[in-house]
Design a protein around this ligand. Structure first.
Ligand code: MUC
Ligand code: MG
Length: 374
């Protein structure tokens, strides 16, 4: 069948609320469950594609919410998809981008599903549609965010012993700089040379707090500081990078390729967290990566605490690069206490295996979807 005669016949969206294995304490919210918008496209040739758009803590992290994403998909994007002949992933995304401003997360869900369906139609993994696989395994860190020092240390030891993770990101910014530094220094001391530690402030500090904390964290043996300042404080980030006390990573700041280009021009980060949802899709994330890489900055594979769907979409993309110097944080399926896919993801020896079967390489377990959907 030629692609010209293809149509998208059905678009389904579900909001799933899946409990976390423990409360996940971030500077701006504490998560006891994760709410994920899952999308399924069905084409006239019978192929299907799945996608996802997920935020953190409703509207506390960014400007799209699960309910808003579902509404955008159902009321605005779906009618466009059903009305037009399907030509290609690129033509569909170009059409959506011409007609819908912003809404990067909702657009990402569509693009993931289009690539998944195309992979199934052609019999290749999504990585092959994005330039081709370079690596099959990705390093994955674990995020310590229990809010309690003893639990964090205990969790870190267990992860190292089971060879699941030996790099840890600790969420800070809720308490005073001194309390936070004491907490992360104690974790680093407890694990010593068996693991590495980095911190994520999630925009909670003022410039003076960041200036004070940077040398303290460097002295404690912490590898890097992620998003110490407000997402739009480019000058502040630039100043911290110039000081060169400790590497600075930007995350919430990286809202799509145009912003990434501005950040790169301003030399506002040593490391960029690459998130396909924040970028606005897989193709947009490729642009962000190109800007960061070309500028000489380093890469880190980020997450919005996504389900396996978006996690594996990200992994398919990241696998097409020789090196994400700071690894990835594609751990969130392990923070959810149940799974709604049929496959078991392989997390072992501190890495995740990127599926190598057609499309994303994972499929929805409909019974579980029905159980967790609102
Ligand atoms: C963030 O800001 O990095 C990623 C891991 C995690 O625990 O929270 C997210 C968001
Ligand atoms: Mg972050």
């Amino acid at each position: 069948m030629s692609d010209n005669s293809l149509k998208i016949e059905r678009v389904e969206t579900f909001v799933l609320d899946v409990p976390t294995t423990r409360p996940h304490v971030l500077a701006m919210t504490t998560m006891n469950h994760q709410s994920m918008v899952i999308l399924r496209l069905t084409f006239s040739d019978g192929t299907q594609g799945i996608g996802e758009a997920t935020t953190i803590g409703g509207l506390s992290y960014g400007d799209e919410s699960p309910e808003g994403i579902q509404l955008t998909l159902d009321n605005y994007i779906t009618p466009m998809l059903l009305k037009n002949e399907y030509k290609s992933v690129g033509a569909t995304m170009a059409f959506i981008n011409r007609n819908i401003v912003g809404n990067r997360f909702a657009k990402t869900a569509i693009e993931i599903a289009l690539y998944d369906a195309l992979g199934h139609r052609l019999g290749v993994p999504v990585s092959e549609l994005l330039g081709g696989r370079v690596v099959d395994r990705l390093s994955v860190l674990w995020v310590l965010a229990s809010g309690n020092l003893d639990s964090d240390i205990d969790e870190a030891h267990k992860m190292i012993e089971s060879r699941r993770h030996n790099v840890f990101k600790i969420k800070i910014g809720k308490r005073s700089v001194e309390e936070d530094v004491a907490h992360v220094a104690a974790v680093k001391k407890a694990i010593g040379d068996t693991g590495r530690v980095q911190v994520d402030v999630n925009q909670a500090w003022t410039r003076s707090q960041a200036n004070r904390a940077a040398p303290m964290l460097a002295d404690a043996g912490i590898d890097l500081i992620e998003q110490p300042l407000a997402f739009n404080d480019i000058e502040g980030a630039q100043h911290l990078v110039n000081q060169g006390v400790i590497p600075i990573m930007l995350d919430e700041s990286v809202q799509g390729p145009k912003v990434a280009l501005d950040l790169v021009r301003a030399k506002a980060a040593d490391i960029y967290a690459i998130k396909i949802l924040q970028a606005g899709g897989l193709t947009e994330a490729q642009k962000v990566i190109s800007f960061a890489q070309t500028s000489g900055a380093a890469l880190y594979g980020g997450t919005m605490l996504e389900s396996p769907v978006c996690t594996i979409a990200s992994a398919q993309l990241f696998s097409t690069y020789e090196q994400f110097e700071w690894g990835t944080e594609l751990f969130s399926p392990l923070l959810q206490n149940d799974s709604f896919i049929n496959e078991t993801l392989d997390y072992s020896d501190f890495q995740l295996t990127v599926p190598n079967t057609p499309g994303l390489g994972i499929s929805l377990n409909q019974e579980k979807v029905d159980f967790y959907k609102r």
